[in-house]
Ligand binder design. Structure first.
Ligand SMILES: [Zn+2]
Length: 199
């Protein structure tokens, strides 16, 4: 039996389903909300409601946006010839925050995972090929994660792209900054060596 009243207990249970939150953090947030001052609870509920009603995916790159076309696709300064393929919006944001890429993106909205019923038709692959034809893309950078699904998706795309007049590149694997060679796994080391560059 929980020591919390049912209303509080329900909130804690619901919050603990959120990614990255365990029961303890959920309980801490619930207690904070219980003591929240002014209209903080109403403002939070309104933000969540707006999220559901006001956020959609960009019709071009499938990044989240509140407009028909996202700010990245609408930005005239960004290069149009380079297209970076990512699994998710969070991966897009990570690359964007690095400031290392100034081209355009395409969010697949997942990776191939046949066991979970996710095949090519569940991803934004058809839309990707439509863009290659219409946007004058000269380079496709495949930035799916180095997981088995991310790799399988990258290879699948590579096969499909073979007959297209575009340069296909894959983001490099390597040793993380602050890493240590002796603690690095064999596959990462092997790929870091294969992907070596002139110094
Ligand atoms: Zn977009």
């Amino acid at each position: 039996m929980s020591a919390y009243p049912p209303i509080l207990n329900n909130l804690i249970r619901r919050l603990s389903r959120l990614p990255g939150l365990g029961e303890k953090s959920a309980a801490r947030i619930a207690m904070y909300l219980l003591k929240a001052q002014g209209d903080e609870i109403e403002a939070l509920s309104e933000n969540i409601r707006q999220l559901r009603d006001g956020i959609r995916t960009c019709g071009t790159c499938f990044h989240f946006t509140d407009a028909q076309v996202c700010p990245l696709c609408a930005d005239p300064v960004r290069k149009t010839g380079e297209l970076c393929i990512v699994e998710s919006t969070s991966d897009l944001l990570a690359i964007e925050q690095s400031g290392a890429f100034r081209g355009r993106y395409h969010v697949l909205q997942g990776v191939l995972a046949p066991l979970d019923g996710i095949g090519p038709d569940q991803l934004r692959i058809k839309e990707l090929f439509a863009r290659i034809g219409s946007e004058g893309i000269s380079e496709i950078i495949i930035a799916t994660n180095p997981s088995s699904e991310g790799e399988a998706t990258a290879h699948y795309l590579l096969q499909l792209l073979k007959n297209h007049p575009v340069r296909v590149t894959r983001i490099a694997y390597g040793i993380p900054m602050g890493g240590d060679l002796k603690y690095t796994d064999r596959i990462t080391l092997e790929r870091a060596l294969k992907g070596r560059q002139i110094f």
